[in-house]
Design a protein around this ligand. Sequence first.
Ligand code: SF4
Length: 321
Amino acid sequence: MRIRVSIGTLAKMRILNTKMYIEPTTAYILQYSEHGCLASCAFCAQSHRNSIPKDYLSRVIWPVVDLDKVLNALKHSRFSRVCIETVLKMGFLEELVEIVKEIRKATSIPISTAVVPIPSDKLRRLQHEGVDMLGVGLDVATPQIFERVAKPYTWSTYIKFIERSVEIFGRNNVVVHLIIGLGESISDAVKILKKIYTLGAKVALFRYVPLHHIKKPSHDWQDYSEVYRYRVIQLVNKMLEYGYDIEQYLEFEDNRVKQLKRMPKDIDVTEVVLTSGCPGCNRPFYNESPRGPIFNYPSRDLAKRDEMKIVNEFRAFGIEL
Ligand code: SF4
């Protein structure tokens, strides 16, 4: 069976010889579909409707590899998780179950998979075969953006799917993907973050990579106001993950955060900027060039190195840490 694997994962597996700035801690697999995903999401390189080469997802290249080769490499690897990203195509669920079964036969590494809404019996089947964390590609913050970017299914189908997934996988074992930069306001982002945590799921934040930036280096694309907005949303996400009532800590005015009243004692600023998602998922430079600005820090060491810069980014948004 042919699958796609992120270039960093292949480098760490020594299947491909390429420079790695930071090693991925998760092995990232993407289902293969020659003509891409049948969904029409306007922001996604995998969508059949976008004329981007199908070996891209976000700004990462995903070469096609034989599954057997990857299974063999996984037996000898040091990944803390395997993640299988799905695409909509005929028989994608049956193929997904097959991939999960083969991985589980080869290794005991925890497995995540990221899916669109699927029936509950299929969720249970995936869990039975070894998936312990489920990613849900809601991607957008509001029903209006959902319509505008032509997501498949409906907004309420996704919300109900998150509820069903939490019932099956348990609280904190469902991770909703949310892309920042698709036209949502900070209030929109805060509102959907609160909703997702209320449902018992967590959030993995992604920064939007415009399709026209995918094939060229993005070092010339540095909108720092975007970094500041992203930092605020990362802070809200971390507080909600820790169970804090954000209104006790942040003061909102209109559509912005006016000030941080106080920082929760157990949250460190370098933790706030780390890649969010399943345990062990670091997605190195998935949304940004290693030259920066770095939106999701893939390692604590890198975040520690940039600590003062990060504090200044928060300050620029009126947040004194
Ligand atoms: S958070 Fe990471 S490991 Fe989890 S489903 Fe999303 S991409 Fe996969």
